[in-house]
Design a protein around this ligand. Sequence first.
Ligand SMILES: Nc1ncnc2c1ncn2[C@@H]1O[C@H](COP(=O)(O)OP(=O)(O)OP(=O)(O)O)[C@@H](O)[C@H]1O
Ligand SMILES: [Mg+2]
Length: 265
Amino acid sequence: MTQASLAALARPPSHLPTAPQLLAIASGKGGVGKTWLAITLSHAMARAGGKVLLFDGDLGLANVDVQLGLSAERDVSGVLSGAYSLADAAVEYPEGGFSIVAGRSGTGSLAAVPSERLRGLASQLLKLAPSYDRVLLDLGAGIERTVRQIAGLAGTCLVVTNDEPTALTDAYAFIKLAVLHNRAVDIRVVVNQASSPGEGERTYNTLRKACETFLKVAPPLAGVIRRDPKVKESIRAQTPLLLRYPNAPAALDVEALAAGLLRSG
Ligand SMILES: Nc1ncnc2c1ncn2[C@@H]1O[C@H](COP(=O)(O)OP(=O)(O)OP(=O)(O)O)[C@@H](O)[C@H]1O
Ligand SMILES: [Mg+2]
């Protein structure tokens, strides 16, 4: 990405307040495990006793419902079109003990949503958030304005990466734009698909050093999730990992991540 296009992307999205209950899950690069993490983290936080809502904010390739084998009658596209409210689109997911607002595959990317509708959705999210302990936002890949606009509502933003150079570069670009927009932004890093906790920390340190050198910020490490074949297996079975394999390494890592996030507020 060129400096000029980064500068254009850095134009601040229209200002909206943040809600401390909102936890955005972003990455930059696609396919690093955001949706799986958003589901599993929602589940872990619900198991810890929280009232949790998972919002599928990936309008292009929504797949919270696919990963869980749900067919939701209402989804975010109906909220955007004004057919019903965001609160009315939330459905219970009893197996997980949390609620879900489903996305909708094939409705195009967030970028295609008129900004007025996006603002309407944003203000509904801010209004609904306080009725939950945590609202997790599964964002689409990329660093386009609309993705950052939704991420900007969140009190905390988890940036997910793995050890691939492209994932690290895109995570850095996401962090850079978020920091340019708001230096006080609470960004934390999650390294997913790590071959070991130590490797995960090394990956994090690479990203942290770039942030320190060029942005003068050091987003903390929220957690390392190990690469685990049980993840794919449980997705294939459309059953949450914490139900199917509660003692799998990735399950334990997400439980630890959830506990850390709940402790730190
Ligand atoms: N810790 C892990 N161990 C092994 N495989 C994993 C792990 N995390 C994610 N995966 C694999 O990565 C795949 C992609 O995950 P997911 O769909 O959640 O990514 P995403 O970041 O949401 O992608 P997109 O950017 O397209 O929305 C999953 O299908 C799963 O097989
Ligand atoms: Mg996804």
